[in-house]
Write a protein that binds this ligand. Sequence first.
Ligand SMILES: [Zn+2]
Length: 318
Amino acid sequence: MRVIKQLCTKSDCYKAGKSIEVKGIMLHSVGCPQPKASVFLEKWNKPGVSSCVHGIVEPDGTVYQLLPWNHRGWHGGGASNDTHIGIEMTEPSTIHYTKGAEWIETGNGEITRKHVLATYQTAVTLLAALCEEYHLNPIADGVILSHAEGYQRGIASHHGDVEHIWTRFGLTMEQFRNDVKQRMGKKDSSREKETVSSLRIECYGRLKREMCIREGTSIKEECLTTYKKGAFVEVVSKCENGWLQIRCKESTSGYGYVSNVKSAYVSLGSEVYTVQKGDSLWRIAEDKLGKGIYYTKIKTLNGLTSDILSKGFQLLIP
Ligand SMILES: [Zn+2]
């Protein structure tokens, strides 16, 4: 599991700025065949939207955090908003809703099954971490609830999630609560590295030479992988000792570190631009930097020796 913090700072829910004393966690399923969390992030991170949850779970183990965990969310449509953290699970693209919470399979079932089981596992890990953080007992009455269970208790709106999907795969809330309980206290290597403060991309970088991507900000740290000269990286933050924290898909935490002491190893820029047909350095400079004459800045930053660009070539923009 890796937690990517992308708070929905533009949503009215976030702006309402209320916090809660966390007494439990409510589990939801998005209710549409959409496996990508980014779609919901975009949908919810704007004014005038009446819902926002604390986290969304993707099947590959990624969790997007949209609100501070103890922020009052708008997810349960009832009193549960005052007590429970709301977590959504994404749904596979291979289902089709026919009426209300009823759905049919559109593929051979394999993708759906994999998606549901994988989001279940990620949800177990996430809820175990949250239960630890807020000292919750997952099997105590009313602590972990599905949206549907919340409705039965009169603290949430009339929805069928998550059982509308889970029951077909033999998954139950009771088993889930037990699995969370089992999972608590068990450290796995990815769990320990989860709390990364701000995970928006700060800038982009291009390696000036082949570099080791390490687990921490020292050459004594383990080398997770090697990136070639010219490789682009997404910089999450600049560390005080000159190292850069970058996104790294080869790392279990999703992040790695690369040295840029004395700015020696990575050129930094504000964006990565892919050359289109008919582009020239002058035109790109005009467009991105305001004046064509600034093309020399792009040239220097990218270590170009010629003015000729080929389509598809990627440039770092100052
Ligand atoms: Zn729900």
